[in-house]
Design a protein around this ligand. Structure first.
Ligand code: ATP
Length: 299
């Protein structure tokens, strides 16, 4: 049975200050989005399959956006296995409720990365979420709308895997919150690609724009000899992107050094700046933030 932590009621009303990006948009006459107050762009990270690296990519993408000077929110809505607090070392954090909703956890003093996860509501990390469909749906909707984000340039949403009920609910809700688009994560092997193909069709049906595909765990680069072994074959994501007519955002290798960053709020950009992995994250951030992809959705 799921037990909630007890919540303290925070009566403090948070001040809102537009970020430089928001000020620029306002100056250009572009309206701030209405559905999630304070949030400028929403990017959902999805896949057709579990264990392909969604949470890792969501977390490192959020950190990389922060390193690039943006104010970022990270919402872990993976009811099946909320792992973002673990990945960022925030498991012991308590969330509070104020009049306007849940107050997210800030990963740094400058409040440039705000994090909210279902895991913060669980008393123990080992508690399973065993709600039935309607309760899960209600929780997901509440999560999407009842978090009191301060002004954010980007909200990254980590989703439950595959075509589970909760995944379908999250993706359906994306239309309501005017999500800018989805980053699809796949590994290169056929079975994962088949699932992403289905997910692309599902996105089309639910009206969620696909920003592009990231091929993850594509080859293992030996830290000693730098030879790359394509454990799960390679380029499946690239091919799928080509055939589906969506951008290929990048191909990430299996990089054991990423696991060293687990439990910290350190970004691969600052910790391994010369690595191929950091360069790929930089490129993904550039493609998302240069405006072309997101503005294409808004136009
Ligand atoms: N590029 C990578 N290099 C090395 N390890 C990786 C990489 N991507 C992911 N991993 C590792 O693979 C495992 C699964 O990743 P992750 O939890 O991010 O997947 P997920 O798709 O979010 O899983 P789930 O569907 O269960 O939520 C983790 O242990 C993670 O550290």
């Amino acid at each position: 049975m799921l037990r909630f932590r007890s919540f303290q009621i925070c009566k403090r009303t948070l001040a809102t200050h537009p970020t430089p990006k928001q000020q620029e948009l306002m100056a250009r006459g572009l309206p701030k989005r209405a559905p999630l107050p304070g949030v400028t762009d929403i990017v959902v990270v999805a896949s057709g399959k579990g264990g392909v690296g969604k949470s890792t990519i969501s977390t490192q993408l959020a950190l990389a956006l922060r390193e690039s000077g943006f104010k970022v929110g990270l919402l872990d809505i993976d009811l099946c296995g909320p792992s973002v607090p673990y990945l960022l070392g925030l498991e012991q954090s308590d969330v509070y409720q104020c009049d306007e909703g849940w107050v997210p956890i800030y990963a740094d003093e400058n409040k440039t990365l705000a994090v909210m996860s279902i895991a913060f509501l669980l008393k123990s990390r080992n508690d399973p979420v065993i709600w039935r469909g309607p309760k899960k749906t209600m929780m997901i909707r509440q999560f999407l709308t009842d978090v009191k984000w301060d002004e954010l340039d980007y909200l990254i949403i980590d989703t439950p895997p595959g075509t589970s009920d909760e995944h379908i609910t999250v993706m359906e809700c994306m239309r309501d919150v005017k999500c800018d688009g989805a980053v699809m994560v796949t590994t290169p092997q056929g079975v994962a690609l088949d699932d992403v193909r289905k997910e692309l069709t599902f996105c089309r049906k639910t009206g969620v724009h696909v920003l592009g595909i990231v091929e993850n765990m594509s080859g293992f680069v030996c830290p000693h000899c730098s030879n790359c072994t394509n454990i799960f074959s390679s380029d499946g994501g690239v091919e799928l992107a080509k055939r589906s007519g969506v951008p290929h955002l990048g191909t990430l290798p299996i990089d054991p050094r990423l696991n060293v960053l687990i439990g910290t709020t350190r970004s691969v950009l600052t910790e391994l700046p010369e690595s191929n992995t950091a360069q790929i994250f930089k490129s993904i951030v550039k493609q998302i933030t240069n405006g072309d992809i997101v503005n294409a959705v808004k136009d």
